[in-house]
Structure formats: structure tokens, C-alpha cells
Design a protein around this ligand. Structure first.
Ligand code: PEP
Ligand code: CO
Length: 473
């Protein structure tokens, strides 16, 4: 009954496709990490409303991203994916959106010039509102309540009211996503991407970096390259003024994703039009579960998080289900092993995928395998571990005749103190100063730019065949 309510008329008429898939077919499988709504009728009404709202992205943008991911698979592009661990409704504001876009665009400029190849820019925002949790409930002082599952489900405050899943939040998540998307598009179209003017760059941290001189040279060469392009073209460098920007989020809340899964004229199949690039989180990535069932049927490029417990055969089975026709630009494998385990866990996976002949884009998430707690119980990540995993990722791919084609980062344009280390060498004692994340600790503006420069450095070393000279910070 619920399935019928939630399926929506157009989708029921369409029926399953030749693969036995339809937008609601995931409902026949085990769905982990879903909210338990107290009132299913209210949920059905909210989903019906969502199902009538216009898409947030278009199918041609989605197909363009697939094409660019295909190019990245061939080593012709580098993918930069970054943004918040979890967006919040309260931070759907102009300064937060602008600063996050600024740091991503500046990082991409560093990468374009440093790597000498085009960059695919993917924000981890405009829909990143659902979070997987280690437990369904949380207990404090003998009181047990549902866990906070992201703003799309409930609120973080520890009260029974705040933690009650509320279907109206689905509509709010859609509208915050639309507002974020709208503002981002306007900024990018309006020339905000034209960031080569020195006044836009906050490079004070460069002085504190052990690689200060090298990074100064890189920053200057970017400036020179931009001026050169302007001189020869006689106008502002077009590609810097107006850039393509894509969005992504973890496709965790399957009712929400289903409601925005649509057919479009003159295209086969269904698209998830809530985002360009949905991904499957590590906790929901197994064959036979609802998330994999949902994702196999949409035409978007999709990401798959690959953690340190993944076994080669399980990964091959997932690839077979998610990309049976071995299409280019379809599948991005986002490995997140941890600096300590990557050398041990990643090579067999790379070799198995390589031998299977199925095309994938490998990118590194050096954040999620390196989360730890300080002595005072604060969740943090050490910049040196993030750095180390990223450097090792380049080396492990090189040593296994594979290619690292991008990075996936949690970052913010704000001056937070959530990860320690970096050029300014933030300490555990600094974490209390500006710790805003409600979920995972993010790189701040300076740490994010530093990481982009370190990626350029490492990419060059691997390309030139020299070994790492050690992690500098
Ligand atoms: C995340 O990207 O925020 C996340 C929860 O990652 P993972 O699924 O890799 O743990
Ligand atoms: Co996270």
C-alpha cells in the first residue's frame, strides 16, 4: 500500500524497464540508513508534492558530466569534488555559498594550471542533507532518541521533538537545494569564476608553509599564464570567466531521490534530476540492497565509496550490477582507506578492476579514513594524514599501472578550525576556537588551497617518475 502511495502515477504507468527496474523497485529490497517516519500518510503527501516540483538539474548537464568523466578516465581531465560533509538549512546563506564556491574555483584554477589539464568541478552541495549514522538511536543520560540523520530528516538538538523525522523537511531540503543551485549558477554565469585578480586570493598562509617558495612560484605562474592568455586572445580569458560547475550528494534518502527521478523527452530511461552526480556511501554499498538497486537504473554518472574492508570480488560484483554494459563515464570509484591502510588495501582492488576491463574513474577521498578523536573527545582529522593518504594514492595507482583521476574532499570556505595541521599548524587546542561542523571536520580555506598545491606537486613527481620527498607538513 505504502509502495503504491509512494510510487506516483506516472511511474506506475511506465512500469519496469527491460532490466526489471523502476524508480520504486528499490522498495522491494532492504534499505539501510532510512528514517522511520511516524506518519506515513504525511510522508506520502510530501513525496507527492516533491514529485510535481521541477527538476534541479537537466539531463543534458548530466550527460555532459558523463562525457567529462569519460575524459577523466582516459587521463585527459582531473576531477575535483568538494564541499560540506553535511549541509544545513541554517547555512543556506549567501556568504557560506559564496565562500565555498570561491575556494573550489581557486583550487580548480591551481589544478588547471599546475596539472596542465582541464578540471571537472563538482560541488558536494545543493542536496547534501542526508547522513548515514552508526546507530539508529542516541542515548544521553539515560534518555534514548532517534539519531540525527541530516537536516532532510530531523534536527540535531537532543529533544524528542527535534529528533522526530518530519516529512516537511523533504520539501525544505528541495527548496534549499534549489536556492543554493540558483545562486551558484548566477555567480558562475555572472563572472564570479573570474578569480585571477590578486585581491580575491588570501595567500597569507603561504609564508608559513615549508614549501613557501615553491608555492609562491606556482601562484605567480598562474597569474602570468592568465595574463598571457588575455594578451594573446585580446580579451579576458573566457574559460576563467565562465566555468562549468556540477553538483553531487550521497543518494541516501531513497524516497527523496525517487521523487526526483524522471523521464525526459527524447532520452531513454530515467535520470535523477536532483543532482548531476549521486554517490553510494560506504555503509550502503552492497549488491542486493536498496541503494544499489536504485542506482543501477538511473542514467547519471554515479560514485561508489570504497572502504578498507572492500574485497576485490565484492567490488567486481558491484561494478557488474552498476555498469553491466561497461559504459564510459558511468562509474567513479571513490576510495577512502585511511593513510595507514591504503598501501595494503588498495592494490588488489585496482588490479582486479583493471583486469576486469570495465572502465572506471578512480578518485581519492583522503578524509573519511582519517577521522580520529582528540584526547578531549573532539572529532578531527590531521592534515598530515590527509596529505599522506593523498600522496600514497598517487603512488599506489602509478605502481599498479592505474591512474588517480581526482579527489573528493570535505571543505568549507569559512575560517574554521576543525582539522589540525596545515601551514599554520593548527593544534588540538585550536579546535575549540571555530569548530562549526555538526558531522565531520572539514578543511578550511587555507588548508584546502594548500592541499590543491600539494596535489599539483605530487602529480608532477609521479608523472616525472621521481619518488615522494616526504610529507612536508
Ligand atoms: C561522507 O562522504 O560524508 C561519508 C559518510 O562517507 P563514507 O560513506 O565514505 O563513510
Ligand atoms: Co563526511
Amino acid at each position: 500500500m505504502l509502495g503504491e502511495v509512494l510510487m506516483g502515477d506516472s511511474q506506475r504507468v511506465a512500469g519496469p524497464d527491460e532490466k526489471g527496474w523502476e524508480p520504486a523497485s528499490w522498495q522491494r529490497f532492504d534499505a539501510a540508513q532510512q528514517a522511520t517516519y511516524p506518519d506515513l500518510e504525511q510522508l506520502g503527501l510530501a513525496l507527492d508534492e516533491l514529485g510535481e516540483l521541477p527538476p534541479l538539474v537537466t539531463s543534458w548537464e548530466v550527460l555532459q558530466l558523463r562525457k567529462e568523466i569519460g575524459e577523466a578516465q582516459r587521463g585527459e581531465r582531473f576531477l575535483l569534488q568538494g564541499g560540506d560533509c553535511a549541509e544545513s538549512f541554517a547555512e543556506c546563506t549567501a556568504p557560506v555559498i559564496t565562500n565555498r564556491l570561491k575556494v573550489l574555483l581557486q583550487m580548480s584554477l591551481i589544478l588547471v594550471h599546475g596539472l596542465q589539464m582541464p578540471v571537472v568541478r563538482v560541488g558536494r552541495f545543493a542536496g547534501q542533507y542526508a547522513k548515514p549514522r552508526s546507530s539508529d538511536t542516541e542515548t544521553r543520560d539515560g534518555v534514548t532518541l532517534p539519531s540525527y540523520r541530516g537536516d532532510i530528516v530531523n534536527a540535531p538538538e537532543f529533544t524528542a521533538e527535534a529528533r522526530m523525522p518530519d516529512p516537511q523537511r523533504l520539501i525544505r531540503a528541495y527548496s534549499c537545494s534549489a536556492q543554493t543551485m540558483n545562486f551558484t549558477r548566477a555567480l558562475v554565469d555572472g563572472g564570479f569564476a573570474d578569480l585571477h585578480h590578486p585581491e580575491y586570493w588570501d595567500l597569507g598562509w603561504l609564508e608559513h608553509s615549508p614549501l613557501s617558495e615553491e608555492f609562491h612560484r606556482l601562484a605567480e605562474s598562474i597569474g602570468r599564464a592568465v595574463r598571457f592568455m588575455e594578451t594573446i586572445s585580446g580579451k579576458q580569458a573566457g574559460s576563467l570567466r565562465r566555468v562549468d560547475f556540477f553538483t553531487s550528494h550521497e543518494a541516501l534518502h531513497l524516497h527523496y531521490e525517487q521523487a526526483l527521478t524522471r523521464r525526459v523527452p527524447r532520452q531513454d530511461g530515467f535520470f535523477n534530476l536532483a543532482t548531476h552526480f549521486p554517490w553510494i556511501g560506504m555503509r550502503t554499498a552492497s549488491v542486493g540492497n536498496a541503494h544499489v538497486e536504485y542506482m543501477r537504473g538511473i542514467r547519471n554518472p554515479i560514485g561508489l565509496k570504497v572502504g578498507p574492508t572492500a574485497e576485490p570480488q565484492d567490488l567486481l560484483d558491484l561494478i557488474e550490477v552498476l555498469n553491466p554494459r561497461r559504459e564510459e563515464g558511468r562509474l567513479v570509484l571513490i576510495h577512502r582507506m585511511g593513510a595507514e591502510r591504503i598501501e595494503d588495501r588498495l592494490p588488489p582492488l585496482i588490479r582486479a578492476v583493471r583486469d576486469s576491463g570495465s572502465p572506471v574513474l578512480w578518485i581519492s577521498d583522503p578524509m573519511h579514513g582519517n577521522t580520529e578523536s582528540t584526547a578531549g573527545g573532539i572529532k578531527t582529522r590531521r592534515f598530515r594524514n590527509i596529505m599522506k593518504e593523498m600522496e600514497l594514492a598517487f603512488e599506489v595507482h602509478r605502481d599498479n599501472d592505474s591512474l588517480l583521476g581526482g579527489v573528493h574532499l570535505e571543505l568549507t570556505g569559512e575560517n574554521v578550525t576543525e582539522c589540525t595541521g596545515g601551514a599554520r599548524d593548527l593544534l588540538d587546542t585550536d579546535l575549540g576556537r571555530a569548530y562549526k561542523s555538526r558531522v565531520d571536520p572539514r578543511l578550511n580555506y587555507e588548508q584546502a588551497l594548500e592541499l590543491a598545491m600539494l596535489i599539483v606537486r605530487k602529480h608532477g613527481q609521479v608523472r616525472d617518475g621521481s619518488r615522494a620527498e616526504g610529507t612536508p607538513t
